[in-house]
Design a protein around this ligand. Structure first.
Ligand SMILES: N[C@@H](CCC(=O)N[C@@H](CS)C(=O)NCC(=O)O)C(=O)O
Length: 218
């Protein structure tokens, strides 16, 4: 059975939703193992032996580990195309991958600069500056995603739930943690609320014990 190592509320939510969608579409079950990032469980010797990068997500297939969201999700889609998690038609797939790659290589690392500025610069002043610049960039990224939701039909890539939707929901939650009020992104918030009600998304959120609302009003 495939096994996903995930951190509650972390980017591993993206393949987690995919695995739930696959289970619903094909009956293929998976094991889910929580890794508590705030407790440093991603850096234990046992975990580092599986993923030397010390990160989630990690998918273990027939005893073999695979890291990187995009690689894991591409594998899941190619193995279970019935779940429709990415388009099959080459041009549509390339468009989907353009959104997915941008989320993974731009939006996601921008948040890392807000959440862990100390990974990048040392002094308090430099960290505060980096954080504030990254927060402004992250907000712009969320606005771009909000613009994408205007064309959702009903999901970002069309009729089927995809990895891109799961990433979008994750970013809105992260924005809330960073102090971005989702009420200032009303179309995005409404889209995420609909997503959270989709069975595969709801199942992954329940397992992770996470809610859509993360923002605390000052
Ligand atoms: N490029 C990696 C990024 C994975 C990543 O950033 N994972 C974060 C959680 S969202 C993590 O495990 N962080 C561990 C840590 O900060 O120590 C991927 O696409 O899988």
């Amino acid at each position: 059975m495939m096994k996903l190592y995930y951190g509650p509320g972390a980017c591993s939510f993206v393949p987690h939703v995919g695995l739930e969608a696959i289970k619903a579409a094909t009956g293929e079950d998976f094991e889910a193992q929580s890794v508590k990032l705030h407790k440093g469980e991603q850096r234990t010797p046992d975990y580092m032996a599986l993923n030397p990068l010390g990160q989630v997500p990690l998918l273990v297939v027939d005893g073999k580990p695979l890291n990187q969201i995009v690689a894991i999700c591409d594998y899941l889609d190619r193995r279970f195309p019935q779940a429709g998690l990415l388009p099959a038609e080459p041009w549509q797939r390339a468009q989907a991958m353009a959104h997915f790659a941008w989320m993974n290589n731009t939006v996601h690392p921008t948040f890392t600069r807000i959440f862990r500025p100390g990974n990048f610069v040392d002094s308090d002043a430099a960290q505060a500056e980096l954080k504030s610049k990254a927060l402004a960039a992250f907000r712009e990224h969320l606005e771009r995603i909000q613009a994408m939701t205007a064309h959702a039909a009903p999901f970002l890539l069309g009729e089927r739930l995809s990895f891109v939707d799961a990433y979008a929901l994750t970013f809105l939650r992260w924005g809330g943690l960073a102090g971005i009020d989702p009420d200032t992104l009303p179309a995005y918030k409404a889209f995420a609320e609909k997503l959270a009600a989709a069975p595969a998304v709801a199942a992954a959120m329940a397992r992770e014990g996470i809610a859509l609302e993360t923002y605390k009003k000052p």
